[in-house]
Design a protein around this ligand. Structure first.
Ligand code: GLP
Length: 259
């Protein structure tokens, strides 16, 4: 795992977008997308790179991590809609190649199995972008999620519903259920890139990176993966005990070693 500490959120977003750019330029055919405010800067920079630097998504398959169950198709806060609005409407990704768990399916549990199978057949994902919830969730894998979990129907914690209430008309409008890729599903991607910014993420980042591997902090499962880059700004890094070492690694990066 490499922890990359950037001065601010914009710099962190550019770093994460740069990793995606390089992977696609080198022929990666699949990309994993997450939603959440921390990811928006990454998507803005990917759109900019598409417009200004020739980054192309032609032939790329993109997979969403998760979506809410119980809100109508086209709801502005459905993850599929956020990704369409913030990213795919502005790049040359074929809309037919944007794959997502459909929260509107009449049988969400069966939909979760369909999505998992589709991902298994089309994957593995090359670069998977991730955010982290204040309680350490990735995707919508809440604390207590099995480290071996696959895509499934989950119930949100009230903490997460409270966090996300600002995007809805209050907490009562936030769905209770979601379909999310499981922790083991996420772990099949070749390269996991987690981005976290702001002081409210500092505790979750420290637990994920330096705490024990435990279902109580789902993001701690990243410690078991062979290729993880955690990109944080100074504020999200503020509770990392080994921060001096991470900075030392950055200063003395061996020539040619990449993220
Ligand atoms: C939602 C998403 C997660 C994301 C989290 C935090 O709950 N399902 O994938 O990690 O938000 O997002 P952010 O870091 O942007 O606040």
């Amino acid at each position: 795992m490499e922890v990359v500490i950037r001065p601010d959120a914009d710099d962190a977003a550019r770093t994460a977008a740069g990793i995606v750019h390089r992977a696609l330029a080198e022929g990666a055919g699949t990309l994993g997308l997450a939603t959440g405010p921390s990811l928006l800067g990454v998507y803005r920079d990917l759109v900019r790179r598409h417009r200004e630097e020739g980054l192309s998504f032609t032939g790329v398959d993109a997979f969403l991590l998760d979506d809410y169950v119980g809100i109508p198709a086209g709801h502005p806060q459905s993850c599929a809609e956020v990704i369409r609005r913030e990213l795919t409407d502005h790049i040359d990704l074929d809309p037919a190649r944007l794959h997502r768990p459909r929260g509107t399916a009449s049988d969400p549990a069966a939909e979760a199995r369909r999505f998992e199978q589709h991902l298994t057949e089309t994957g593995p994902v090359g670069v998977q972008l991730l955010g982290i919830g204040g309680n350490g969730h990735i995707g919508f894998n809440e604390p207590g999620s099995s480290l071996a979990s696959r895509t499934r129907l989950k119930t949100l914690t009230d903490d997460t519903r409270r966090d996300n209430a600002r995007f809805f008309r209050g907490i009562d409008a936030v769905p209770r259920h979601v379909i999310t890729q499981g922790l083991a599903t996420i772990g099949e991607a070749s390269h996991l890139v987690l981005i976290a910014t702001g002081p409210h993420k500092a505790g979750a980042v420290a637990a994920a990176v330096e705490g024990p591997v435990t279902a109580a902090c789902p993001a701690s499962v990243l410690q078991l993966h062979r290729h993880v880059t955690v990109v944080v700004d100074e504020l999200a890094a503020s509770r990392l005990e080994l921060h001096a070492y991470y900075r030392c690694v950055a200063r003395h990066k061996p020539v040619g070693q990449r993220y």
